[in-house]
Design a protein around this ligand. Structure first.
Ligand SMILES: Cc1cc2nc3c(=O)[nH]c(=O)nc-3n(C[C@H](O)[C@H](O)[C@H](O)COP(=O)(O)O)c2cc1C
Length: 250
């Protein structure tokens, strides 16, 4: 297989036919990995308003308008986001929709086998009542986990995105990482293609939800992999960044 055939092969599902699914970790009886990356309970947690606490305007947007108006936006005002707006965007992209016993895996977005391999990190620049810094969303608790302050956060984020200035020009930048083992546990070598397909649904929900709150976003897949992983404080092997999107008010 030459190089281009090799990469095209990755896009196809042919590999599934060569996998003996009896040998997957799931079918070997290995316990499923946690649906949410573990965290230190003593870390600072910020609880987020639940759907019944959001302004009713968020729920009024018509689907046709959201889809027709959606576009990539790279210019934002300096207005902050409210915590309700941020909670709404997090719910729209990774919120838990239904808890299935011990495995609360059903979310507002679909995922192959409901494996949901993503974690959501936030570079917060301007969100009312939340200090600037790096955070992680905890979907089960519907909380933010404070990770760290970052000196010159906008400059460092921009530099990790190959100097695409708009990537740190909004109020908050969403970065989705994957923990591939969550998907590999079930699908083995057929996991990686569906991880990337899953990511599209997440970002599309972000685009549409932004339309409901006078905000905009732009999907970004071009970034310095090692630089961004380092900024996030993740190992780049068992967890790494795959997609990001700045959000700002219009
Ligand atoms: C997978 C993906 C990766 C993208 N990466 C970037 C990027 O790195 N930088 C950028 O400015 N726009 C990026 N975009 C935005 C596209 O340029 C944009 O969607 C396209 O020009 C169509 O415009 P529209 O979204 O307004 O319809 C990306 C979009 C997608 C879906």
């Amino acid at each position: 297989m030459n190089t281009i055939e090799h990469y095209r092969f990755f896009l196809k599902d042919s590999i599934r036919k060569s996998i003996d699914f009896r040998t997957t970790d799931q079918n070997q009886g290995i316990p499923a990995p946690p649906v949410e990356k573990p965290f230190n309970a003593d870390a600072i947690h910020i609880s987020l308003p639940a759907p019944d606490q959001w302004p009713s305007e968020f729920k009024k947007i018509n689907l046709f308008s959201a889809i027709s108006n959606r576009k990539s936006r790279r210019r934002f005002t300096s207005d902050p986001l409210s915590i309700e707006e941020l909670a709404f965007l997090l719910w729209a992209t990774q919120g838990i929709r239904k808890s299935a016993g011990m495995n609360p895996a059903f979310r507002t977005v679909p995922s192959a086998g409901a494996r949901h391999s993503f974690e959501t990190y936030l570079f917060i620049m301007r969100v009312n009542s939340i200090q600037k810094g790096l955070y992680r969303y905890l979907p089960i608790e519907h909380e933010l986990l404070f990770i760290t302050e970052i000196e010159d956060i906008e400059e460092q984020l921009t530099s990790a995105c190959f100097n695409q200035r708009f990537t740190a020009a909004g109020a908050v930048t969403f970065v989705w990482t994957t923990i591939p083992y969550r998907m590999e546990w079930r699908y083995s070598l057929a996991a990686h293609r569906v991880i990337l397909i899953d990511a599209g649904h997440v970002c599309q929900n972000l685009y549409l939800a932004c339309e409901a709150i006078g905000s905009g976003t732009c999907a970004v897949a071009a970034f310095d992999q090692e630089g961004l992983d380092e900024l996030l404080g993740i190992d780049g092997e068992d967890e790494f960044a795959i997609y990001l999107a700045p959000v700002g008010k219009l």
